[in-house]
Write a protein that binds this ligand. Sequence first.
Ligand code: DCP
Ligand code: MG
Length: 662
Amino acid sequence: MEDGESSTNNLSRPWESYNTVFTNAKAGMEGVDKEKVQRIVYEMSKGSKYFQNEERKEALMKQKIEHMRDRCAKLSSSDLSNYQKVVDRRILELEATRDLSRIWLHVDMDAFYAAVETLSNPSLKDKPMAVGGLSMISTANYEARKFGVRAAMPGFIARKLCPDLIFVPVDFTKYTHYSDLTRKVFKNYDPHFIAGSLDEAYLDITEVCRERGLSGGEIAEELRSSVYSETGLTCSAGVAANRLLAKVCSDINKPNGQYVLQNDRATVLTFISSLPIRKIGGIGKVTEHILKDALGIKTCEEMVLKGSLLYALFTQSSADFFLSVGLGLGKTDTPQVRSRKSISSERTFAATEDERLLYSKLAEIAEMLSLDMKKEGITARTLTLKLKTASFEIRSRAVSLQRYTCSSEDILKHATKMLKAELPVSIRLIGLRMSQFNEEIRHSDPSQETITKFIVQKDSSRQNLDDSDSIDLDASKIDGESLNLSFGSHETSYAQQKDVVEYEEESRIDADKVIPNQECENKEEKPRVLEGDALLIKHTDCKPDTSHSMNDNSNTQNTKAVSVFPQMEPLFWIDGYRCNLCGIELPPSFVEERQEHSDFHLAQRLQNEESGSSSSTRPAPKRRILGKEKANSKPKKQKPDQKEGSKHIPIHTFFTRSNQNS
Ligand code: DCP
Ligand code: MG
């Protein structure tokens, strides 16, 4: 019946099933006329390549749901009762790991970029405004959200939704400055706080609560007011027994609010019982639809109630994750004991083309990396070379070695080959990273053993969606903060771990002649060639994809290229989880997030191209979050009539009708 209804709606109101990232509600969008937003987004993008891509993704998702339904229908009652036994046992095991002894706080700045911009221009206060341009919006203030305007939405669609919308260009240096100020405050409450993105962090406030005899809520109040007095910005906080719950809680009373979930089992279970599954970090659109449309699971509690179906249809690790979410479990371990996936060393220096110098830097870095690996008893077999060119372009090349190693000779031999393939080029940073450890460092908190075990099992035996009927979710990465935790310089403690954006800046400085970002504006950008793909193919035995689908993002290959447009520089996932373009880490199972991320890069790139070609748009020299290297360099002049081989695709092309695009 539901099907029948929705297919009738599809015919008369096709936008209703057009669910893009732009139509997902964010905080402050509660009263928005969702149908109107969907219709406008639909009408403005209909027929474009973006639209076709969305449709293809949607079709694949539907297929997946159908397939899941078929499998579900074939399950006998005895199958289900057997799976129920598994569920019952797992519940007991998971329950045994419940840790209610910690108090976690998740803090997230309100409309961060927009709020920072309003600080420097108070006339923007109370007016609908967005940070970004006609191509892409990074965020919108709460006034604008009332119209359905939100992050990651193309600005020209936002303007249609809100004709008075004011656009402010992105100024990344400002956001980093304010982020640093907030982090100084966070440190006072937890010196080992876990930074998420620039505007969010997880703090274990157990000790500070105990020492000062204050409740989690009181500390949250104090921290928020301290952030406000240091920055003039508001933030929201969630306090709960674990990070997963704290994150959910910080969104509840946004903006400028907080929510405290008491640390007792009954309260947690009540809270989780009616919580929509989409509120959980790691459950994106695809997973949500599969659970909802194929299995009728809408709330977290239903994950427990329908546990037997989950264990029958999903991999054990995914089912374990769903079940633990349904029980309100999440991570409570301290950052110091978190496991790491890679070890790296990098150097920034005054840009040089001198090959002799570059090779000698490379040798030093290889030596340093090798020493550190030996110190920690690590051997690994994926080597990644990272370069930052004089024009701030980031290049990343990876190769899989024949055997696990930590020898500087091995590292240097392969690194040299990769570097050679890039020369000649003027370089200001070289980094080497080894990943795929033969013996991963595991944390040793005994209370976490069961969960850790299944996470580890999952990590090492991830199944391929293409040849398995199971959907795999990476439980070990589910808090969102994990996007940033496992990469970075080995010498960086967790307290110093920076987010994706800052990662590019996180390096040891060899010379004090480092050229500030702004200088690159006048440097000519060298078009990026795709020679990395050759390495990629060698590395993984899989060709870079020119498609962009659900399955692309969920496979088990170490590295896989995903390109929405054949002309675009492909996005691929180094070591299977790290974006080659910006360094963000997303496990393969984060299907939707990967799709959005890929779309985001594409759109950002287009935005950069557009702003470079439009004299009315000021270049955004410090924009680095996505497509940052491009944004930091002056785009080449673009002729309106693009010839074949061009890498410049203006945003309007992306969104114009297919007859103009194909
Ligand atoms: N951001 C971005 N692109 C996105 C999402 C976010 O560039 N697709 C940037 C701009 C945001 C900042 O990251 O200001 C923080 O992201 P949040 O999701 O926390 O969004 P906001 O802080 O803007 O709003 P709020 O947290 O109040 O919902
Ligand atoms: Mg925020």
